[in-house]
Design a protein around this ligand. Structure first.
Ligand code: AVJ
Length: 347
C-alpha cells in the first residue's frame, strides 16, 4: 500500500503581510496581529490562547501533559484506551476524520487503530511545523490512509480542502479532544459547535473531550504546577510577541497567575504586571498599572448536564458519553441532529 500524504494547506498570505519585526523569525500572521493589538488596548487586556502554541509553546504544553498535577491528558487517554473500540463502532466505516487542534495527535491514534476503513485523516492545527511533522508520522504509521493536514486557525471560519474521491463523499466525523472547548466562553462554544455541525454536515458527528467540575484544589494544582512549567507556558506568550510583533514586554515584570473561579466554573490564567509600566505595541504605548492583568486563557469546567445542553443548543444529539472512574473528564459522541446517520434510526 502506498502512503498518500498531502502537504499542508498554508493560510493564504494576505496582501499586506508584514515583514518580521527586527528581521528575526516569522512575523505574527496578519489575522492574529489585529486581534492581539485590539486585545491589549481593551480595558480588560486579553490575549487569545491560540497564541500559546509557537514551537516553544507546543513543547511546553507537551511538558505540561506529563506533569503529575495535570490530570487532563492522562485521564482522557485512559478513557480513549478503554472505549476507542466502542467509539469507532459508533462512528461506522469509511469516515473522514477531521481533528481540530491535532497537536501531537496522540489520542487520535487510539481511534485510528480501531476505525474501519477510514477514508481520510484531516488534522487541523495552528502550529504549522508540528502539524507537518505529525502528519508525516501518521502517514508512515498508517500506510494507505489519506492524510490531509490543514494549517489553519480553527477558531476562525475555515473550509476543508476538497478531498479526492472516494473520501470526498465520506461522512465527516470531527474530533475535538483535550478539553479545548473549555477555552471558549459559553456563547462562543455554542457558536463554535454549530460551525462544526455545519462543517460535518448531514450524517456527520463530533467526538468531543471536555473537562468536568471537581475539587477546586485539584484544578488549582493543575494550573499551578510545582515545577513552574505552566508559568513558563503562560509567560512564553510575551516572549513570542516580542519576537513576532516587536513588542517590548519585560517578562521579569509579569507574573503567572491562575485560579479556579467556582462561580463561573472556569480556571482563569492571567499575566499580572508587577509594576506600573509602559509597553510598546505596534508603535503605540500600552500602559499597565501595577497589578493589572492580561487575561490569557479561560478553561471552563463543565457539569455533565451543561455539556448535554451545550451539545443540544449547537444542533447535536448526544449519542453516548464516556467518563473515567473518578468522573473527572468526559468524552461525548454527538451526532448532527436531523442528519440521517445510519447509526441513528430516524423516528
Ligand atoms: C489545551 C486548552 C486544554 O486549558 O487545560 C494547560 C491548555 N493551559 N495549562 C487547558 C493549558 C494551561 C489546556 N488546553
Amino acid at each position: 500500500m502506498t502512503s498518500r500524504f498531502a502537504h499542508p494547506v498554508a493560510p493564504r498570505p494576505g496582501p499586506g503581510r508584514s515583514p518580521a519585526p527586527r528581521g528575526t523569525g516569522p512575523a505574527l500572521p496578519d489575522e492574529m496581529r489585529a486581534e492581539v493589538i485590539a486585545g491589549l488596548k481593551a480595558p480588560q487586556k486579553t490575549l487569545p490562547p491560540k497564541l500559546f502554541y509557537d514551537e516553544r509553546g507546543a513543547a511546553l504544553f507537551h511538558e505540561i501533559t506529563a506533569l503529575d498535577e495535570y490530570y487532563l491528558t492522562r485521564t482522557e487517554l485512559g478513557i480513549m484506551r478503554a472505549h476507542a473500540g466502542d467509539m469507532a463502532d459508533l462512528m461506522g466505516a469509511e469516515r473522514a476524520l477531521v481533528e481540530l487542534g491535532s497537536g501531537e495527535a496522540l489520542k487520535v491514534r487510539l481511534l485510528l487503530d480501531r476505525l474501519r476503513r477510514p477514508a481520510a485523516y484531516v488534522p487541523v492545527d495552528i502550529s504549522a511545523e508540528q502539524l507537518q511533522r505529525v502528519a508525516a508520522d501518521i502517514a508512515r504509521t498508517y500506510p494507505g490512509l489519506l492524510v490531509v493536514p490543514v494549517a489553519a486557525d480553527y477558531t476562525a471560519p475555515f473550509s476543508l480542502p476538497e478531498l479526492p474521491p472516494p473520501a470526498r463523499e465520506a461522512r465527516r466525523v470531527a474530533y475535538f479532544p483535550g478539553s479545548t472547548i473549555g477555552n471558549f466562553h459559553l456563547s462562543e462554544a455554542v457558536a463554535f459547535l454549530r460551525r462544526i455541525a455545519r462543517l460535518c454536515g448531514p450524517g456527520g458527528a463530533l467526538l468531543l473531550g471536555a473537562d468536568l467540575r471537581k475539587d477546586p484544589n485539584v484544578l488549582h494544582a493543575a494550573y499551578n504546577d510545582a515545577a513552574g512549567v505552566t508559568a513558563a507556558f503562560n509567560m512564553n506568550m510575551l516572549v513570542r510577541l516580542n519576537r513576532e510583533l516587536g513588542t517590548s514586554f519585560d517578562p521579569a515584570r509579569f507574573r503567572h497567575y491562575a485560579y479556579y473561579n467556582p462561580v463561573a466554573g472556569r480556571v482563569e490564567m492571567h499575566l499580572v504586571s508587577l509594576a506600573r509600566q509602559t509597553v510598546s505595541v505596534d508603535g503605540e504605548c500600552v500602559r499597565f498599572e501595577r497589578g493589572e492583568s492580561v487575561w490569557t486563557e479561560s478553561s471552563y469546567k463543565y457539569a455533565p448536564r451543561q455539556l448535554d445542553a451545550l451539545a443540544r443548543d449547537a444542533g447535536f444529539d448526544v449519542a453516548h458519553a464516556w467518563t473515567d472512574p473518578r468522573e473527572w473528564f468526559c468524552v461525548l459522541y454527538l451526532v448532527v441532529r436531523g442528519g440521517d446517520s445510519d447509526a441513528q434510526a430516524r423516528p
